[in-house]
Design a protein around this ligand. Structure first.
Ligand SMILES: [Zn+2]
Length: 239
């Protein structure tokens, strides 16, 4: 199968589903990582152009750990809005990857870029095979299955699917470590919050908590999109 993870910002995928992507790769599936935005406000010292370039390089380095391609749709961080153009870009992305499965943000989350990414992904899934919606990449006759990953800090998120990532947790850590620019940014920008800059702590707590829920050391949790054409009788996530 072809698996596409779509986050709003560089580092979202690593925090919320990189372990599952690593499991897919181990099982012989092809994986793509994409973000809607370049994360171009994620610095107080670099220009927007500079930080976009830095963050895209970090995301590509992280994807390379899985031998995967990284694609950025280059929307502005926190200024990403729904439009015909955005939907066509998402359709083209999914077609380019010929995705069978998409992992993306939960429908409700703290950040508007996260929620809009989730909404557009689920809305366009049924449009992938439609020939009259023309994009550079051709349509293919599949409606991808969608799984929503963890919302920020796990708030309001009750998984109904779990993936044991204990044996690939180090790969997930290594991928997050590629996003060096964000450790400084989180520390400076969120200095007043309890978890300022501690992305590894957030990753560890979340994976251990979801692991506890399903009886393993580390896990990632998902909610399956429960809409027509997205449901199958068999498990789609890796064992
Ligand atoms: Zn984000």
């Amino acid at each position: 199968m072809n698996i596409l993870a779509i986050g709003a910002h560089p580092d979202d995928i690593e925090l919320d589903c990189a372990g599952t992507l690593a499991k897919y790769v181990k099982a012989g599936h092809k994986v793509f990582l994409a973000t809607a935005t370049s994360g171009n406000i994620g610095s107080a010292t670099h220009s927007m152009e500079e930080i976009a370039r830095i963050r895209k390089a970090e995301a590509a380095k992280s994807a390379a750990i899985l031998g995967a391609e990284y694609i950025c749709l280059d929307y502005d961080d926190e200024m990403f809005f729904d439009s015909r153009e955005a939907r066509m870009k998402f359709i083209n992305l999914v077609r380019y990857c010929r995705a069978d499965v998409i992992l993306t943000h939960n429908e409700t989350d703290y950040n508007p870029d996260h929620e809009l990414t989730s909404k557009i992904v689920n809305d366009i899934a049924v449009m992938i095979p439609i020939a009259h919606l023309k994009t550079d990449s051709p349509p293919y006759p599949v409606i991808p299955k969608i799984f929503y990953f963890e919302s920020a800090h796990g708030l309001g998120f009750v998984p109904n699917h779990y993936v044991d990532i204990t044996d690939v947790y180090e790969i997930k850590r290594e991928m997050l470590a590629c996003h060096e620019s964000q450790f400084l940014w989180m520390r400076d920008n969120y200095a007043e919050t309890d978890d300022a800059g501690d992305l590894f702590g957030l990753m560890e707590i979340t994976a251990r908590y979801r692991g506890m829920q399903c009886g393993v050391k580390y896990a990632e949790g998902f909610i399956r999109a429960n809409d027509a054409h997205r449901v199958t009788p068999t498990r789609v996530l890796p064992e």
